[in-house]
Design a protein around this ligand. Structure first.
Ligand SMILES: Nc1nc2c(ncn2[C@@H]2O[C@H](COP(=O)(O)OP(=O)(O)OP(=O)(O)O)[C@@H](O)[C@H]2O)c(=O)[nH]1
Ligand SMILES: [Mg+2]
Length: 249
């Protein structure tokens, strides 16, 4: 695995959905000291996790919407820089389950937390922390995976944000989680975030060919883009748990 040539390590981290197995036999060897790892993006629904992943990989992989619980499946976005290969695992927002679908989403997020090298706990940095964030802190405090707290949506902040900062500092301090602020919409602070994340990864191989941006097949992305339009254009007419399958491309 360490030589990075013909690794199948990606198969062992979570349940990778591999596009084409043959591509893995042509993965180049990573340079000396190269870093890599899986970074779970975890947080309440609607805090901007998918928007952030899309911004970081420079392409729309995950659909986003103002409706909570847009993301349904764990979805990987890959960013390969000269120093590191960061594999972001976008997850469905975590909330206290009220119904069966909610329980499945929470369970999936818990699996994601355990199967990554680093967790980026994203919060809505435009408002004070609340019970929903504390529920996630409780889950994260029970894992050995290192955590970083990311305050998103700083573009929406108005004059006095000291109280907001303080509310998140109180969440992170007991666990020594570093805090970083950014806007996934404007990109402010995202470069600094990427640097911090890549600094915290351990040396490792390329898990994916350097030009890959996702592990998902085109068919899946297409289905998701259709689902995004359904979520954006309908409210009452279609259940929120709508699913799309593509039979022919
Ligand atoms: N102003 C502002 N809006 C943002 C920012 N990041 C995300 N949004 C908006 O917040 C909404 C939710 O974004 P998503 O990326 O779908 O949020 P999510 O956390 O993936 O949501 P779930 O998948 O439902 O858990 C969308 O309308 C985004 O455009 C940001 O930094 N600033
Ligand atoms: Mg999402």
């Amino acid at each position: 695995m360490e030589d990075g040539t013909t690794t199948n390590a990606a198969f062992n981290k979570g349940e990778a959905n591999i596009l084409d197995e043959s591509a893995f036999f042509s993965i180049p060897k990573a340079p000396e000291g190269y870093k890599s790892g899986f970074i779970g993006i975890i947080g309440r629904p609607n805090v901007g996790k998918s928007t952030l992943m899309n911004y970081m990989v420079g392409q729309k992989i995950a659909i986003t919407s103002p409706v909570a619980q847009t993301t349904r499946n764990r979805l990987r976005g890959i960013l390969t820089t000269p120093e590191a290969q960061m594999i972001f695992v976008d997850t469905p927002g975590i909330h206290k389950p009220h119904h069966q679908l909610g329980e499945v989403l929470v369970k999936n997020a818990q699996i994601a937390i355990e199967s990554v090298d680093l967790v980026l706990f994203v919060v809505d940095g435009a408002v004070d922390s609340g019970g929903g964030d504390r529920y996630i802190v409780d889950i994260l405090s029970r894992t050995k995976t290192p955590v970083m707290l990311g305050m998103n949506k700083i573009d929406l902040r108005t004059s006095d944000s000291q109280q907001i900062d303080e509310s998140y500092r109180q969440l992170a301090e007991p666990y020594n989680w570093p805090i970083v602020k950014f806007s996934a919409l404007t990109g402010e602070g995202v470069e600094a975030l990427q640097q911090l994340l890549s600094d915290r990864l351990e040396p490792g191989p390329y898990y994916y060919p350097p030009d890959y941006v996702t592990d998902q097949p085109e068919r899946f992305i297409m289905g998701e883009l259709i689902r995004e339009q359904i979520l954006l254009l309908t409210r009452e007419e279609v259940p929120h748990s709508v699913a799309v399958t593509i039979d022919m491309v």
